[in-house]
Design a binder for this molecule. Structure first.
Ligand code: ATP
Ligand code: MG
Length: 358
């Protein structure tokens, strides 16, 4: 996967312009609020997913009644492809290789990328829901049936919880609870199996990237923490509690991932730089698994990753991610001095220009 050219009109503060990145590392630098993240976001939209900042389409244009146009030339499936995205009236429309497509999801799998932005640090710092979401999103991209499986589980969970709340008023409904327990177990056990297998596959590449980032001085590991070893038994054992609370206490919706650096919980013990390195390693490992599956390496977007990383860690990101096309944003061009080969771009007030590598 390789972006050859991106051009834009009226995308946030990027009024009109284009960029021709290199196939390796591209450093995008500029002061705060000049348009660096906007540029990454513009490229990211070609994955067909929502903005990684969670922005609504209406927020992507300078004024409510204006329309944004993005056009990308990229190499995928060993051929040059062109995609266009138009954002107008809060809606996105897509054209792929000259053919207009109904929805953005037509781009899914055509252009693949992973993104790190500072908000992703909550993957270590935040609650379990974010970590579950990380694996669930990755699995949805990799396993075609997983999205349906997960939604089957969630749907069943909602119905079981509704029933738990009804039973105190309608005692006769208690007999039907077993049916929902069965259904929840069938979906739940498969969700747990898929998540466990994904984490197992992720573990070696993530450890490899982490060890590279830390110059082989530290180690990263993680494990899937189940809220119950045996879901069927847990549902039976927790039944009284569930009936009192009106919620299902055990199941994959309560599971978590424990991340360890040098064997200690990253959430409680890791430094800022270590947390950042751990999230990066997870994201890069996700990219690695995607590329094993597709036979193509996804593009890597690293927003604001350099701050809090020492020179050794910066060097790793700039010079050792062989085979990936990488975009790194930072405030100072200085980081690019560590870069052995690559391209440098300066962003100023929504204008992006190629800049000589120092
Ligand atoms: N819809 C929009 N229309 C016009 N300008 C916008 C829109 N959305 C955001 N902006 C502006 O774009 C500018 C650049 O934002 P961006 O997030 O890309 O900055 P940045 O270069 O990444 O800065 P930082 O280093 O602080 O992260 C900001 O001034 C922001 O107000
Ligand atoms: Mg930014």
């Amino acid at each position: 996967m390789n972006i050859h050219q991106l051009s834009w009109k009226n995308f946030r503060n990027l009024y009109a312009g284009k960029i021709e990145p290199c196939g390796g590392v591209n450093v995008i630098f500029g002061k705060n609020a000049q348009g660096k993240t906007n540029l990454l976001e513009a490229m990211w939209l070609f994955t067909g997913e929502r903005s990684f900042r969670g922005a609504k389409d209406l927020e992507l244009v300078p004024e409510e009644n204006s329309s944004a146009l993005l056009e990308m030339h990229f190499e995928s499936e060993n051929r040059e492809q062109t995609a266009k995205i138009t954002i107008s009236g809060g809606r996105r429309s897509v054209e792929l290789n000259g053919v207009s497509k109904g929805s953005c999801s037509a781009l899914t799998g055509k252009f693949c990328a992973v993104v790190f932005s500072p908000e992703h640090l909550s993957l270590i710092r935040g609650g379990p829901a974010l970590r579950r979401n990380f694996i669930d999103l990755a699995l949805c991209q990799m396993k075609p049936g997983y999205a349906a499986l997960l939604s089957g589980y969630n749907h069943t969970l909602i119905q079981r919880n509704a029933l738990l709340k009804d039973i105190p008023r309608h005692a006769e409904l208690l007999d039907t609870l077993g049916i929902w327990d069965d259904r929840l177990c069938r979906y739940g056990e498969r969700v747990i199996r898929q998540r466990t297998a994904y984490l197992k596959a992720l573990s070696a590449p993530a450890a490899g990237f982490y060890s590279g980032i830390s110059s082989n001085k530290e180690s990263l590991s993680f494990s899937y923490r189940k809220s119950a070893e045996d879901l069927r038994r847990a549902l039976a054992e927790n039944r009284q509690e569930d009936l009192l609370s009106g919620h299902t206490g055990a199941g994959p919706h309560r599971d978590d991932i424990d991340v360890f650096i040098n064997g200690r919980s990253a959430r409680s013990y890791a430094s800022q730089g270590q947390k950042r390195s751990a999230v990066l390693a997870l994201k890069l490992a996700e990219a690695e698994l995607l590329s094993r599956m597709n036979g193509e390496r996804p593009v890597v977007f690293l927003d604001d990753v350099m701050s809090e990383l020492d020179a050794g860690r910066q060097d790793y990101l700039l010079n050792h991610l062989a085979g990936f096309q990488v975009f790194v944003t930072c405030c100072e061009p200085g980081a690019a001095r560590l870069m052995k080969s690559g391209a440098l771009f300066r962003v100023e007030d929504g204008t992006i220009a190629s800049s000589p590598v120092p």
